[in-house]
Design a protein around this ligand. Structure first.
Ligand SMILES: *Cc1c(COP(=O)(O)O)cnc(C)c1O
Length: 355
């Protein structure tokens, strides 16, 4: 279907939602009516379109399958109180995908193409954008893969850029609850000059075994250390780390091998400009965790997961409390989610309306 056709079709309809158990959605794949798909061939992006076909048809020799030449993104569409729908900083996801594409020798998806495609997918699946007040959102998964008949180790000639969507639940239904994390010495998720800062599936493949070990021991996830010295916190499996000091500082690790979280940079900004805190990107040594009075993991999926305690070898360190979320973590969470759902004024350029 043509992108303009969807616009016309939807103009005539009013706000409607399908009936789903919005309060109890988890994070599960759901096949929605439409997804966006564009091909890159002969050195250029072809015109993308919305399609009802949820299956990718690609060559068995595609470099994305064999050598991991692929990248992804994750962002959400939010239903506001007045029933409208908005995206949170989609240009930042576009830019990050461009940086990832550069690292893996894939063609960049231009920012306008990326943002327009996000809007088109949301619009086409409008009925699946959860109602305001449920905390649920429409999750978008952009994906860029190298395809085609190439078996040698080299970049693909052809690429597919696709975006599909699914409604996902509020991560914390009963309010923010801290959980415990396992600091992992035995495994790294990325190498010092590897692909840690690129949002690629390969980093996740590497994290599945340590992730399973942590889950089997009842930890929510792994906290990875800097791969070179194993003395500093880098990040959580799929979220960035932050700590809050008694001096009102918001501290996050600075390292070329962590994935630059858009949630993290948004929190750094809000900590400074809305909460009057000092934002710091710097080293977070594991032998100096006492400086933090609160800590959390942040990313699009959960926004913020308060960190109760961290296990490192035989040591167990509690930040604020194992059962209660700290006051500053809560304030940051409320401020950011308030902006995302349209209840709190957003810094300029952070909100993109889907209309
Ligand atoms: C996507 C991702 C994050 C979170 O980034 P956001 O932009 O905040 O969603 C953190 N760490 C890793 C490894 C990621 O892949």
């Amino acid at each position: 279907m043509d992108l303009n056709q969807v616009k016309k079709k939807k103009l005539r309809s009013t706000i409607m939602t399908v009936s789903l158990d919005w309060e109890n959605l988890g994070f599960s794949y759901m096949k929605l009516p439409y997804r966006y798909l564009a091909y890159y061939r002969n050195g250029a992006w072809e015109k993308g379109e919305l399609t009802e076909d949820a299956t990718l048809h690609i060559s068995e020799s595609s470099p994305s399958l064999h050598y991991g030449q692929q990248a992804f993104e994750g962002l959400k569409a939010y239903r506001t109180k007045d029933g409208s729908i908005q995206l949170f900083r989609p240009d930042q996801n576009a830019k990050r995908l461009q940086r990832t594409a550069d690292r893996l020798l894939m063609p960049q998806v231009p920012t306008d193409m990326f943002v327009d495609a996000c809007k088109a997918v949301v619009k086409a699946n409008e009925e699946y954008v959860p109602p305001y007040g449920t905390g649920a959102t429409l999750y978008l998964r952009p994906l860029l893969i190298g395809v085609g008949d190439i078996i040698g180790v080299k970049p693909a000639d052809e690429y597919i850029f696709t975006i599909f969507a699914m409604p996902v639940g509020n991560y914390f239904k009963g309010g923010l609850v801290p959980t415990n994390f396992l600091i992992q010495d035995e495994y790294d998720r990325a190498a010092p000059h590897g692909t840690g800062a690129a949002k690629v599936g390969g980093n996740y493949a590497a994290s599945m075994l340590p992730g399973k070990i942590a889950h089997d021991r009842n930890f929510s996830d792994v906290i990875y250390l800097d791969p070179a010295t194993h003395t500093k916190i880098e990040e959580v499996g799929s979220a960035n780390f932050f700590g809050i000091t008694a001096n009102n500082e918001f501290v996050t690790p600075l390292s070329p091998s962590i994935l630059p979280s858009i949630t993290k940079y948004s929190l750094l900004y809000l900590a400074e400009h809305r909460l009057g805190m000092t934002p710091i990107e710097g080293d977070v040594f594991i032998n100096d965790l006492d400086r933090f009075v609160e800590a959390g993991a942040c990313g699009t999926a959960a926004v913020i997961s308060p960190i109760g305690g961290v296990q490192h070898g035989d040591d167990f360190h509690v930040f604020y409390s194992e059962t209660e979320v700290g006051p500053i973590t809560r304030k940051l969470y409320d401020e950011l989610t308030g902006i995302q759902f349209g209840d709190v004024e957003a810094p300029e350029g952070w909100i993109v309306k889907v209309d």
